[in-house]
Design a binder for this molecule. Structure first.
Ligand code: UDP
Length: 405
């Protein structure tokens, strides 16, 4: 699964002696088992992160394992409804949603091996697996990647009794934290600078990808890479592009695939196509689940990268674009402002019109666009690289060990 992911020493050029300090830090964790559990192996930021973190923990001498909980369309329909509701939307779930959630939790508990010393459960879908913890054994942490600042009360009351039993909860922003008995930790998500998604590409390959999709290299390219999800607002991106297009000749690329745990993709894709109409300068590209090189090429070829999310846990796509020194226009929601510091590492917007205004401004002010891109790259280097994320896990595991065992 992870053959292309480089081991820690490959980061030496970027990190220098930091690599040695990470190895020293992890020494006391040698041989200890870590289990990471989430709900999809491909698609979405959590799978992306785990692909990077697991091999690095292994290289540090730990024994990590990544398991994807089992689901089915019925379960993912419920968890997607919960996901939207936890992000503050109304709850649009089948009447037996809570029973379905409990039933899938029980079915997974019956077949999963959950006895690792450290168990990290990612997001709400597998949160109930804490029921499988035997007599308080091991160290269990709930890693919440979503913005929980305004959760739907009924969904949160349903999940909270499980969450309350973890030894700690990790959030991506201080603002997402809830009132919990367990200690809460702040971990920024991160990107892997050496992965196929983020490593520098040959100009020729980028050109080839543009050609494959029929995109014109000579005219500005505005891109949003995201699952076709209403909270990513692809229809809003089309509307913003249409405003910009009145003033500047440009192209719009909306590229994304689905995730195994996201059943809404095809409806949103159809809405996006409708919104785009017959405009030949709008490219709506359905990517196969694992297309890191295509994503990389499209981001690298972009004049401006947009992330017009209505809600966002963190938005790895933003960090990916900043790393590639792209000027980013993004909504001021969730974890995005941690990455896009307005007028320093990108531009923030609050509406379709605002997004259009900022895109247009950057298209006509290339020196500013270049400066934001450079500063964005530096910001990612300092805060959002996968190695920092791994270091945080190592530090947390040591802290948990020091507390009671
Ligand atoms: N992604 C991808 N292919 C796609 C759409 C997204 O590889 O078709 C990747 C994207 O590059 C990023 C992750 O999936 O690494 C999405 O993470 P993000 O935090 O932006 O959003 P999420 O999907 O988790 O809400």
């Amino acid at each position: 699964m992870t053959a292309t992911v480089p081991a820690l020493d490959s980061y030496r050029e970027l990190l220098g002696p930091e690599v040695d300090s990470m190895r020293a830090l992890a020494r006391d964790l040698a041989g200890r088992e870590v289990l990471m559990v989430n709900s999809t192996a491909v698609g979405g930021g959590v799978a992306e992160l785990l692909h990077g973190i697991v091999p690095l923990l292994e290289d540090l001498g730990l024994k990590p394992r990544w398991e994807v909980m089992g689901g089915a369309p019925r379960f993912f329909e419920v968890t997607k409804a919960f996901h939207n509701a936890l992000h503050g939307a109304p709850l649009e779930a089948p009447p037996d949603a809570f029973d379905v959630f409990r039933a899938f939790t029980a079915a997974n508990l019956a077949k999963m091996k959950l006895d690792s010393e450290f168990v990290v459960i990612h997001d709400p879908q597998p949160a109930g697996l804490i029921d499988g913890r035997r007599n308080g054994s091991g160290h269990w942490v709930w890693r919440c990647h979503i913005d929980l600042s305004h959760p739907h009360p009924e969904v949160w009351s349903f999940l909270e009794p499980w969450v309350a039993r973890y030894d700690g909860a990790i959030f991506s922003s201080a603002e997402f934290a809830r009132q919990l008995i367990a200690p809460q930790y702040l971990f920024y998500p991160a990107i892997d600078p050496l992965s196929d998604k983020n490593r520098p590409l040959e100009r020729e390959f980028i050109r080839e990808v543009l050609e494959r999709f029929g995109i014109d290299e000579e005219r500005p390219i505005i891109t949003q890479i995201s699952r076709f999800d209403r909270l990513k607002d692809p229809v809003g991106v089309v509307a913003a592009y249409k405003i910009v297009k009145r003033y500047v000749d440009c192209q719009l690329v909306l590229a994304g695939g689905g995730a195994d745990d996201d059943p809404e993709g095809s409806a949103v894709l159809a809405e996006t196509r409708d919104a785009a109409g017959e405009d030949p300068d709008v490219y709506i590209i359905e990517l196969p689940p694992a297309s890191p090189l295509e994503v990389n090429a499209l981001q690298s070829a972009s004049t401006i990268v947009v992330q017009k999310s209505l809600r966002e846990g963190f938005g790895l796509t933003v960090a990916e674009a900043l790393w590639k020194k792209k000027p980013v226009v993004a909504s001021a929601v969730g974890g995005i402002p941690t990455q896009v510091i307005h007028k320093h590492t990108g531009l923030l917007a609050h509406s379709i019109e605002g997004t259009a205004y900022q895109i247009r401004y950057l298209l006509t002010h290339p020196a500013l666009a270049a400066r934001l891109g450079e500063q964005g790259h530096q910001h990612v280097r300092e805060e959002f690289l996968i190695t920092s994320n791994v270091k945080r896990y190592v530090t947390l595991f040591l802290h948990l060990l020091s507390q009671n065992k």
